[in-house]
Design a protein around this ligand. Structure first.
Ligand SMILES: NC(=O)c1ccc[n+]([C@@H]2O[C@H](COP(=O)([O-])OP(=O)(O)OC[C@H]3O[C@@H](n4cnc5c(N)ncnc54)[C@H](O)[C@@H]3O)[C@@H](O)[C@H]2O)c1
Ligand SMILES: O=C(O)[C@H](O)COP(=O)(O)O
Length: 410
């Protein structure tokens, strides 16, 4: 048996940013990781690059931007956990090409966002935001005005995924008629009806709520042209990403009274910490609910996210499992401590597996098990072998052309 080559857990540095729930810290500690740095804020620029120099596993939420430039400088980084649903803050392709799997929590805060949206629908329909703001200034606005029940109104959901479909169920329970638009064919829940186009949905809805991811297609998908299609007196809710709505255009349509109100939880530029100032063209409107990106910020959601993402990172670090990675071929694997386990990440080229296997077979080393998954760009193979000269094997694996990264776990 060769001497232990894998990095001892006490030397594996874990950095957790943005006030991730302490459940994540406990989970790392329980798994034997003690070198954990915990910060409440996001980091960017030089500060982030400096901090990442000796970090092996990084945990972030939605504000830390991992650009190719930042990733390139993080030479030791082997895995990233987004303690959120969204992963748009990470350049996923760059991560993949550097052999860094990125994990997230695809539905741990879904219900929290859906509940906030439903509450906002009722508040906006009853003109609570403007009446509340007036009362804080000493004004008493007791009037029916344009206050309505939500029962019988049309709710248009853009993006009928995890959150959109939960909003659909809750809204139907309140007696709303649900319409939705999604680029993919979806199973309609309850009596929800799909729309052929975004324009159709905008023209039919009393309230529009957005639940799409940030992609090139969803950048400013709601701008002047789309706002003009919305019914006079209708409402808009954005708890998806700030880039999805052109807030300057929204401000114009609120100013003209075409829209009766709005709610925004996400913004193109969000403060990195609670001490930074927040600015938005929507701040001038009493009939707009502004929340500081708290759609998923409930104790239940954050605790579950802390556990879920840390467990995915730990499984990868301990065993090589990439289940739940959003940018990587997925390999599900149990530990096998009787053997030595090697990981090899490579560009997906014909013949590479043959080269990898040759390293072992050439020395008469028995490969006890091998697990390979590939996608169009990379291949990820885990090899359990019975070797006595692991250092040499690892060196040779690293020297194979088109290798991105090779490690020995145990
Ligand atoms: N405010 C918050 O705190 C908060 C919390 C969680 C998630 N989010 C945001 O909400 C987004 C949606 O979350 P989810 O879990 O429902 O994601 P999801 O992937 O389950 O659903 C997204 C849906 O949008 C659809 N879609 C994609 N592009 C579209 C387009 N151009 N037009 C119409 N539909 C389109 C997809 O087909 C999918 O059905 C996340 O990507 C994240 O950015 C915000
Ligand atoms: O994508 C998400 O899950 C949400 O936007 C939540 O982001 P946060 O963790 O920064 O609150």
């Amino acid at each position: 048996m060769s001497k232990k080559l894998s990095l001892d857990k006490k030397y594996i540095k874990v950095l957790l940013l943005e006030g991730i729930h302490p459940s994540a810290v406990n989970s790392f500690k329980n798994a034997g990781y003690s070198n954990i740095e915990y910060l409440k804020t996001a980091l960017d620029g030089e500060k982030l690059e400096q901090k990442l120099k000796d970090v092996h596993m990084l945990g972030i939420r939605s504000r830390t931007q991992l650009t190719p430039q930042v990733l390139k400088k993080a030479k030791k980084l082997f895995a990233v956990g987004c303690f959120s649903i969204g992963t748009n803050q990470v350049e996923l392709m760059a991560g993949k090409q550097m052999g860094i799997p990125v994990f997230n929590a695809p539905f741990s805060n879904t219900r929290s966002v859906a509940e906030l949206v439903v509450a906002e629908i009722i508040m906006l329909m009853r003109e609570v935001p403007s009446k509340n703001a007036a009362a804080h200034r000493g004004d008493w606005l007791k009037k029916v005005g344009n206050s309505f029940e939500v029962r019988g109104k049309n709710l248009g959901i853009v993006g009928y995924g995890h959150i959109g479909s939960q909003v659909s169920i809750l809204a139907e329970a309140l007696g709303m008629n649900v319409l939705y638009f999604d680029i993919e064919k979806k199973l309609s829940l309850g009596k929800a009806l799909p729309c052929e186009s975004l324009s159709e949905l905008l023209g039919k809805s009393d309230v529009v709520t957005l639940h799409v991811p940030e992609t090139p297609d969803t950048q400013k998908m709601i701008s002047s042209q789309q706002l003009a299609l919305m019914k006079k007196g209708s409402l808009l809710i954005n708890a998806s990403r700030g880039s999805v709505v052109d807030y300057n255009s929204l401000a114009e349509f609120l100013n003209s009274g075409h829209l009766a109100g709005a709610a925004a939880d996400v913004f193109p530029k969000e403060p990195a910490s609670n001490t930074e100032e927040f600015n938005s063209p929507l701040q001038q409107f009493d009939n707009v609910i502004l929340t500081p990106h708290i759609g998923g910020s409930t104790q239940e959601a954050q605790e579950n996210i802390g556990l879920e993402v840390s467990e995915k990172l730990i499984r990868y670090s301990d065993n090589g499992s990439t289940v739940g990675a959003v940018n990587f071929p997925q390999v599900s694997i149990q530990p096998n401590r009787d053997k030595q386990r090697f990981l090899h990440i490579h560009q997906n080229m014909p013949g590479l597996l043959k080269d990898i296997n040759f390293v072992f077979t050439n020395k008469g080393i028995n490969i006890a098990a091998q697990y390979l998954q590939t996608d169009a760009d990379i291949g990820y193979v885990i090899i359990d072998a019975e070797c006595t000269n692991c250092e040499k094997i690892l060196k040779e694996l690293k020297a194979i052309p088109h290798t991105i990264r090779a490690r020995i776990l145990y």
